[in-house]
Design a protein around this ligand. Structure first.
Ligand SMILES: *Cc1c(COP(=O)(O)O)cnc(C)c1O
Length: 407
């Protein structure tokens, strides 16, 4: 019989959101008339920008005629999209990258999960805690994490981010090879300033480590001192791979498009000490295992960089961030300690003294019929916290805050 990859068997069975869904379904069965407001899963609710819709319609029409039909495209993405990305997301911030450093994909989840393919088995991993689960789970699948002991993987260095340290992770005491950073952060909604991010780039330069920088929420940054790209920090092109997504920026969660920057200078080393550029390896990996993002999708993504497209996505981001403001205000007025929600569409709140994340989840569901996400589901340091998203409809957000005010 064929052997399984036993690393998969180490993964705990209960995925956070399926546990949440199960509890909500059970509540719904017991209380069929309850009007449940869902502020749990991090999915968007506003429709796509009209500029993208029009561009995708045009692309469909092109595919309908033999003169303009296109089949397989370049695995790395079409030049028209790569050029828009370089001009609008990087050149405007003084960052110069070449087209061959950009890899368009079907989203940041795939890329952050797959990037480990090009790294050796024996790398040590550092993650902020709490964390987007993909970074750890994909390393579990690759066999890099050791064993799960009391909710922590034995070969993973956890860098706690809590109210006590202002959600600013300390540099690891024990050297790590690969560091995952996500800013603005999911789930905490917090950010690093330029000075704080520079400490990580300097650490990576000094320790020959690689930073996997997930900037999926970059478009939500409102404060001046928060970098949009890690390449705003001097030296980062030598040590950082950056992941971006159109999902939260432009409502592409169902359309699927993102991109990854792998600068030519980022190197890793062979057992015999030879330095190898990761750009070549990622290109090889993508050409072998990925056949490109659809033409229609890439035209839709390109359209968000037009002046109408940019205006439309800004409008949607303002809508979500107004939800965030309403939630921050409502929760603070109700006496909660809240974090995030200024440069990110997530509110991270401290559960009342002596209440665990899951106890708070149950109370919120049973007493005011609101669904959120227990912080502990994102890692051990998330215990005692709770995540609410600002991606809901305005009316639901307002109704949820009214219920909490009366609670
Ligand atoms: C939503 C999200 C992504 C985006 O994933 P896609 O696959 O592009 O939809 C990436 N990273 C984090 C932290 C996210 O929350």
């Amino acid at each position: 019989m064929a052997l399984v990859n036993e690393n998969f068997l180490k993964l705990p069975g209960n995925y956070l959101f399926s546990e949440v869904a199960k509890k909500v379904a059970a509540f719904k069965t017991a209380h069929p008339d309850a009007d449940i407001i869902r502020l749990g899963i991090g999915d968007v609710t506003r429709p796509l920008p009209p500029a993208s819709i029009e561009a995708m319609h045009r692309a469909v029409d092109e595919l309908s005629r033999s003169e303009t039909f296109r089949g397989y495209g370049p695995e790395q993405g079409y030049d028209f999209l790569i050029e828009s990305i370089l001009r609008h997301d990087y050149a405007t911030r003084g960052i110069s990258l070449s087209p061959s450093e950009v890899f368009v994909s079907d989203g940041a989840k795939s890329d952050t999960g797959n990037i480990g393919d090009i790294l050796g088995q024996d790398n040590t991993i550092g993650v902020t805690d709490p964390v987007y689960p993909v970074y750890i789970d994909s390393n579990v699948m690759a066999g890099r994490t050791g064993d799960l002991v009391n909710g922590k993987w034995s070969n993973v260095t956890y860098m706690p981010c809590t109210a006590e340290n202002g959600f600013i992770p300390a540099l690891p005491e024990k050297r790590v090879d690969v560091i995952y950073l996500c800013y603005p952060n999911n789930p905490t909604g917090t950010t690093l300033t330029r000075t704080e991010l520079k400490k990580w780039v300097d650490y990576a330069l000094a320790n020959e480590a690689i930073i996997m920088y997930d900037a999926a929420y970059e478009a939500y940054i409102s404060e001046e001192d928060v970098p949009h790209s890690i390449y705003e920090i001097k030296g980062a092109k030598k040590v950082a791979i950056e992941f971006r997504s159109f999902s939260k920026t432009a409502g592409f969660t169902g359309v699927r498009c993102g991109y990854t920057i792998v600068p030519k200078e980022v190197m890793a080393v062979t057992e015999s000490g030879e330095r190898v550029p990761l750009n070549h390896l990622w290109n090889r990996r993508q050409c072998t295992k990925f056949n490109g993002t659809s033409y229609i999708t890439q035209r839709g993504a390109e359209a968000i960089y037009t002046s109408e497209g940019r205006q439309q996505i800004q409008e949607t981001i303002r809508y979500y961030m107004e939800n965030a403001r309403i939630m921050r205000q409502g929760l603070q007025a109700a006496g909660f300690q809240v974090y995030g929600g200024v440069n990110a569409p997530y509110i991270w709140l401290k559960t009342p003294e002596g209440t665990t994340s899951w106890q708070f989840f149950d109370r919120l569901l049973h007493e005011v019929h609101i669904v959120g996400t227990p912080g502990v589901g994102f890692g051990p340091s998330g215990e005692g916290y709770f995540r609410l998203t600002a991606f809901g409809q305005r009316e639901d957000t307002l109704r949820a805050m009214e219920r909490i005010a009366r609670w």
